[in-house]
Design a protein around this ligand. Structure first.
Ligand code: FAD
Length: 390
């Protein structure tokens, strides 16, 4: 097979890039390790920056998102028994976020790829990039007994944190930056009315909690737990009891509980790999970086990589201009590190660290009271939460 761009990974980054390039006449193939059902069973992000929503529309995938997604003009932080609101609309200069689940984003992207007859190959085993430092890279994968070769101009590694693409960059070239947090988030999804129509982050002495939502009938709740905990050791009842303990009494009284339809623990960690380009291989999304979900930046940062790469490839094929490709890594990383900074700040502000000392507690309290007493601080948070410009 011969294509212009071979994309490894059929998650949101890979699918969005292939859809955008296809619409501009650039031939792509997406090689995904798992079945579509498997990819669509993942419950992950839910808050989309306005820039991401715009990109989905540009990819002709925004119709259902605009119909079923919810525009949120603010979010809340519960602390010290009360709830304070960050007014995104007011402090970001008129922007907001879209609440629409990553599962739905991925489903819409698959459907759009099907409509255009896009090439998406599932259950592609042993996907391996070759000769990425040369002018003639290719990718091989196994389909049953057969090994298939895909010749291409460029390879895009959009295969997530555990993928093969980043590992194919020589060790002496790659610099990796990592921070592992000493706790995880136990999350459940339930078909219940959310406790609040907007997202509520909770700072509590028993640990962080998050009241999030996918729609007005589908709730996503999380609580901070030690890394040693297992989801199977948390009954639904135990989860709801612990969540209620961490909520201000007025919210706890309103909480509607129900059976969980998904329950999992996500460890919290940050990671950045530099550079995001090696020869003819470009990394995008979680293949190059990840953040703790506290600031809702993971999927959104993946989208900004896609935006830069999409424009760089268009310039290459349409105008023979490679400046976008040459500056891709630097440009993407500048925004990636800002997302890292914001996610780190939100994580430090809201979590209970097992090794904290009383000095850390006082700093956290001061940070919180400063945030809600300063319009400048509020602006800073709102600007980051709705998404810095691409
Ligand atoms: C448990 C969890 C919860 C999260 N919650 C949030 C949240 O609340 N908010 C937020 O903003 N972000 C969240 N994130 C992060 C967000 O989901 C990711 O940033 C987003 O999925 C990145 O998209 P991606 O396409 O780059 O990578 P992925 O979604 O990881 O997609 C990569 C794809 O590549 C495929 N693949 C992997 N290896 C190979 C291979 N060798 N060959 C071919 N294909 C391969 C995978 O199967 C996958 O489909 C969460 C992540 C996790 C893991």
């Amino acid at each position: 097979m011969k294509v212009q761009v071979c994309i490894i990974g059929g998650g949101p980054s890979g699918l969005l890039l292939s859809q955008l390039l296809h619409l501009r006449g650039i031939d792509t193939v997406v090689l995904e390790k798992y079945s579509r059902e498997h990819v669509l069973a993942r419950i992950r992000a839910g808050v989309l920056e306005h820039g991401f929503a715009k990109l989905m529309r540009e990819a002709q995938c925004g119709e259902r998102m605009d119909r079923e997604g919810e525009i949120h003009h603010g979010f809340n932080i519960a602390h010290d028994g009360r709830v304070d609101r960050v007014d995104l609309l007011k402090y970001s200069g008129g922007n907001s976020v879209m609440v629409y689940g990553q599962t739905e984003v991925t489903r819409d992207l698959y459907e759009a790829r099907d409509r255009l007859g896009g090439k998406v190959i599932h259950n592609a085993e042993d996907v391996t990039p070759h000769d990425i430092a040369s002018d003639a890279p290719y990718v091989t994968y196994r389909s049953g007994e057969e090994t298939v070769r895909v010749d291409c101009d460029y390879v895009v590694g959009a295969d997530g944190f555990h993928g093969v693409s980043r590992k194919s960059i020589p060790k002496h070239v790659l610099r990796e930056y990592e921070k592992v947090y000493p706790f995880g988030w136990l999350g459940i999804l339930s078909r219940t009315k959310p406790v609040s129509s907007e997202v509520v982050y909770v700072k509590h002495e028993r640990g962080f909690a998050l009241c999030s939502l996918r729609s007005q009938v589908l709730s996503r709740y999380y609580i901070q737990v030690p890394l040693s905990d297992k989801p199977e050791n948390w009954s639904d009842d135990a989860f709801w009891t612990e969540l209620k303990r961490r909520l201000p009494s007025e919210l706890a009284a309103r909480l509607i509980t129900g059976p969980s339809i998904e329950k999992s623990i996500a460890p919290l960690g940050s990671f950045v790999a530099e550079p995001m380009r090696y020869g003819r291989l470009f990394l995008a999304g979680d293949a190059a970086h990840r953040v703790p979900p506290t600031g809702a930046r993971g999927l959104n940062t993946a989208a900004s990589d896609v935006y830069y790469l999409y424009h760089a490839l268009i310039d290459h094929y349409r105008k023979g201009d490679d400046s976008g490709l040459d500056s891709y890594s630097e440009k993407a990383l500048a925004r990636v590190w800002k997302a890292q900074r914001f996610s780190w700040w939100m994580t430090m502000l809201l979590h209970r660290f097992p090794d904290r000392v009383s000095y850390d507690d006082r700093l956290q309290e001061t940070e919180m009271s400063y945030l809600f007493s300063s319009e400048t601080a509020m602006r800073l948070v709102a600007e980051n939460y709705v998404g810095l410009p691409f």
